[in-house]
Design a protein around this ligand. Structure first.
Ligand SMILES: NC(=O)c1ccc[n+]([C@@H]2O[C@H](COP(=O)([O-])OP(=O)(O)OC[C@H]3O[C@@H](n4cnc5c(N)ncnc54)[C@H](O)[C@@H]3O)[C@@H](O)[C@H]2O)c1
Length: 278
């Protein structure tokens, strides 16, 4: 299969890698040459790590040769599938999906990796929206098994089944969600992170004890506060804002402590401080 991945950031580079690992020919595009350069070196080091761990057996250069990096989206015009992984802004995705619609084959699948924007809303930017679907990977893509397949009102069952098989062929384990804010993952996760922050705010327990409770008592690999730091507190806040706005339900309302940390640019691991110091 020939796949074009648009956006070579954190997610796009991982998505390009897993498609190439599974034997597909990949075009990776971005508007910034620097993003493409960084993606190439990060894909190489990720493959080297997986090779050392014995998780891939194939020659790394053979896998890398399947990926073509380019700033020209049109290089992917004959692709069987597009995966859009540009920044989480409706206007950016609108302009990109319009461009993809213009160059894509009529029978190509057009997928979006959005974590919070409605698939139905994005489908309105795609001509022939019956070829459009949500394909939500998790970070880090080469490691995380889960992919949420998100079905919009205009996504036919046949496309859901086809995408399911494509995802399985990547060695991933898909789940299917209807197009509701937060899909399955963030809908369930965000109220838990929110509640953990409120337990901290109300002085009921220390951050270490909150995280320890969920790790040792519920068998979670990371506690909710650690996980929020890992996701990025800005991203966590954005997702909560979307859920709160869409559902209007206080169980998604962002806590003040979260907002304060984001305003102080304590964004978690990426800035070396969030709920914890790194
Ligand atoms: N980071 C995560 O943990 C995560 C997890 C799941 C889903 N997502 C979703 O994946 C998408 C990408 O997120 P990310 O974290 O990789 O973002 P990112 O900021 O790391 O990367 C986005 C890339 O898109 C590029 N870009 C912007 N406009 C473009 C355009 N018009 N054409 C081509 N490239 C363009 C940017 O240069 C950048 O390299 C978002 O929709 C996000 O919600 C992110």
């Amino acid at each position: 299969m020939k796949v074009t991945v648009v956006g070579a950031g954190t997610m796009g580079r991982g998505i390009a890698q897993v498609f190439a690992q599974a034997g597909n020919s990949v075009i990776l595009t971005d508007i910034y040459p620097k993003a493409l350069e960084d993606a190439a070196s990060s894909i190489r080091s990720s493959l080297e790590r997986l090779f050392r761990k014995g998780e891939i057996k194939e020659n790394i250069d053979t896998i890398l040769q399947r990926i073509t990096s380019t700033q020209e989206l049109s290089a992917g015009s004959d692709s069987d599938m597009f995966v859009e992984a540009v920044i989480e802004k409706v206007e950016t995705k609108e302009s990109l999906l319009t461009q993809i619609s213009q160059i894509a084959r009529r029978d190509a699948i057009i997928g979006t990796n959005t974590s919070s924007i409605s698939i139905n809303q994005l489908s309105s930017f795609v001509t022939y929206p019956e070829r459009f679907i949500g394909i939500h990977f998790f970070n880090p893509v080469p490691v995380m098994k889960l992919v949420e397949i998100v079905k919009g009102e205009r996504t036919p069952e046949s496309l859901v089944r086809k995408t399911f098989e494509i995802v399985k062929a990547l060695g991933k384990d898909p789940v299917i969600s209807q197009d509701f804010p937060g899909f399955i993952s963030n809908r369930v996760l965000m109220p838990m992170i929110r509640e953990a922050i409120l337990v901290l705010e109300e002085g009921i327990a220390t951050k270490n004890d909150i995280d320890k409770t969920m790790k040792l008592g519920m068998n979670h690999p990371m506690g909710p506060l650690e996980l929020a730091d890992f996701i990025g507190l800005d991203v966590t806040l954005d997702i909560m804002e979307v859920l709160y706005h869409e559902y209007g339900d206080p169980r998604f309302k962002p806590p003040v402590t979260l907002r304060n940390l984001v305003n102080a640019r304590k964004l978690g691991r990426k800035t070396s401080e969030g709920f914890y110091k790194y």
